[in-house]
Design a protein around this ligand. Structure first.
Ligand SMILES: [Zn+2]
Length: 374
């Protein structure tokens, strides 16, 4: 079996010690493929004095040059003809600064294996049909944003009785339809089928606050969940806001804190991170996080604040092996959470400005000199 397939089919999505070897082998295999099929990536590795043969031990992962997300916003790096890739997605940045990412069929299958195992672990699958409230865009062929696609994807964890969108496509444009959401909530509270909301934490908070203002107090059916996800920026220093949000969910919808689940991921690093019962994002077996010193880019020890570099061997169509985000984060030891998941967890603390990342991260500046070559 292919090394990546073996890793993505491993039973326990948090068994890092049991899959370290598979992870490394899958990274080495993918790195060799990217090196052979993406001339720009080969140039970047060569300029940094790195060859795929160097990936022999776990410590070598830190030596693999990370590609800044900023680079993907300005260049297209493909190892397969982009026109032939079945799924394309863009990040949700302002137009002109979005990353265009494409996935090949095998990578998508591995993504599906990952979602299946993460969903089972976190008890997200249910045979009981439910009503979905999607605090985002209704899918439309003009909308390529990854969040629209993943938002729709989350409506398959349990069979859908209905899907109600906050932003509906009417006569060529999106319009905000909060009233439809409210109507659906009120009628669902009287029925027996659970409700699941899907949206950015900020939108979810706004909806709950609006309902509270209108005096809404519901007890949604058992099995109802608040699920939240979106870009990294949704997760900065929001501890207080998050606690207020959980309290509102209980007060307005009768949904307990344990039923509030958060996700994160990024188009440039399409790994599904799912919050544990204590609302921490543990690292699954499909990825690794390296925290780097913003000045030197050297890997930092656990517990220190630095730039977040995310690694995964999942995608074959593009060199997304090691992607440097512009987020500041801390990696914490597993046991400091206490939920029992045996892998370290990530705390995203904030974002550095674009200007900062170019000046801070010496590597980023070097990569950007390649502008116009792709
Ligand atoms: Zn935990």
């Amino acid at each position: 079996m292919d090394r990546r397939t073996k890793l993505f089919r491993h039973r326990d999505p948090y068994d890092i010690p049991g899959t370290n070897e598979q992870f490394l082998a899958a990274m080495a295999q993918n790195c060799r493929y990217q090196y052979d099929h993406c001339p720009d990536y080969r140039r970047i590795l060569t300029e940094r004095g790195f060859s795929p043969d160097r990936l022999r031990g776990t410590r070598d992962l830190g030596a693999l040059p990370p590609i800044p997300t900023l680079y993907f916003k300005r260049h297209e790096l493909f190892s397969m003809p982009p026109g032939k890739l079945p799924v394309k997605a863009t990040s949700s940045g302002t137009s002109g600064s979005r990353s265009r990412i494409g996935f090949d069929l095998m990578s998508l299958r591995r993504g599906a294996d990952m979602v299946w195992r993460m969903g089972r672990y976190h008890d997200l699958f249910s045979p009981q049909p439910c009503h979905y409230l999607i605090l985002g865009y209704e899918p439309h062929k003009s909308n390529q944003m990854a969040f629209t696609k993943t938002g729709y994807g989350f409506t398959f964890f349990a069979p859908a009785l209905s899907r109600t969108y906050a932003l509906q496509y009417r006569d060529g444009q999106y319009v905000l339809c909060l009233e439809d959401l409210q109507k659906r909530l009120l009628s669902a509270a009287k029925g027996g089928a659970p409700v699941r909301t899907i949206g950015f934490p900020a939108y979810t908070y706004m909806l709950l606050a609006e309902l509270k203002k209108q005096g809404v107090r519901l007890k949604l059916p058992k099995g109802s969940k608040l699920t939240m996800g979106g870009g990294w920026k949704q997760f900065y220093a929001q501890k207080v806001e998050k606690e207020a949000l959980y309290a509102l969910a209980e007060e307005v919808l009768g949904i307990g804190e344990g039923e509030c689940v958060e996700f994160f991921g990024a188009v440039e690093h399409p790994i599904l991170y799912t919050s544990c019962p204590r609302h921490h994002f543990h690292i699954p077996i499909y990825s690794r996080a390296i925290i780097r010193d913003p000045e030197t880019l050297r890997p930092l020890p656990m517990g220190e604040l630095g730039l977040l570099d995310l690694l995964t061997p999942m995608v074959m169509s593009q060199p997304l092996l090691s992607v440097m985000t512009d987020d500041l984060a801390i990696l914490h030891p597993a046991k400091s959470c206490g939920c029992g998941i045996p892998s370290p967890w990530l705390e995203i603390v904030g974002r550095v400005g674009v200007r900062d990342i170019v000046t801070c991260a010496a590597g980023a500046e070097q990569f950007l000199q390649g502008e116009g070559r792709t």
